[in-house]
Design a protein around this ligand. Sequence first.
Ligand code: PLP
Length: 406
Amino acid sequence: SFSADAVPKAPEDPLFGLMAAYRKDTDERKVDLGIGAYRDDNAKPWVLPVVKKADDILRNDPALNHEYLPIAGLSEFTSAAARLILGADSPAIAENRTCSLQTVSGTGAVHLGALFLARFYPGKPTVYFSNPTWANHNQIFSNVHLPIATYPYFSKSTKGLDWEGMKQAVTDAPEHSIILLHACAHNPTGVDLTKAQWKELASVMKQNSHFPFFDCAYQGFASGDLAKDAWALRYFVEQGFELCVAQSFAKNFGLYGERAGCFHFVTGPGTDSQNTITRIASQLAILQRSEISNPPAYGARIASLVLNDQALFAEWEENLRTMSGRIISMRTALRGKLEELKTPGTWNHITDQIGMFSFTGLSEKQVLQLRETAHIYMTKNGRISMAGLNTRNVEYVAKAIDKVVK
Ligand code: PLP
């Protein structure tokens, strides 16, 4: 029988513990490099000006109400989301080979995809993640009882991609495995594949009939160019893969707490693909119904307004360039200062990596030292959130890193 007393205490989420420690720290020099959210040059959350505009439009709309959205979400939003990630001229959209459901942000999209695959993908396939990956991937796929494994990804020596290791592992995985891929701006390493590597990966995956599951949490946020950040995924679609996509609007719209996201399933080209997609959509809707009934409306309405209006869309692209540009300039500044200080080691990886995070290569001991001596907070694996750096603290951080490395 169930005994509430017997429920063991779960370990604390490490990121949560880090945030609590940061908040408690009263030193005015403290720096938060743990956060997975954008901060402006004043270390403050940034409401995108285009989001503020959309918000004003929504609030002043006399027709706005709080009715339920349909199970699959706001259709103007999900269709615009599909065009955004797949490309407006995607053959998959033209041929009606896609279905899209609005989800509870990117996390909900990964979960819905995991649940669907656990139910319908024959033979209990193993899901392969990069080592390391976003910690939640492990939990989400384990929760639906799919076996999980990893492929090598990060090379400690180059602080770049372990391409040979990755390719070998994907080649060796049993046929029809599910390969989880970060569409761009890999979290936590900031290391992405080159176009040539993506092409080779697609070819290896084709040969082995693997199923790609793309997690896309940073489109436009990585490079500032929406098409560039979606290139890999579009290439796989072009190659005729059947695949799915978890799409988050948390980072690129700064809509973290509003939980705007989308799950897309794309079937391969074929005569019966439209019927297939209708059946898949019907099953996804049933799963969604039992999980959340209907997705949250507010964030999706904001994103939808922007995605479906040419002028607002152009302004959004400008806002994306502001965020990605600031982050890229912080990469240049941090690398420059470390090189100026002649900090032992090489620091080119800071500018080679892309997106919200950088895997610095700092050891756990150095990370703890930084926290204790300089009040600089980052995760134990040496990952720093580039958004936590700004023109006023980057030199302080570089000097502190220099001290613990020397
Ligand atoms: N996937 C990756 C790789 C991420 O880094 C994140 C956010 O940090 C997510 C998914 C999902 O985020 P959210 O649920 O806030 O959209």
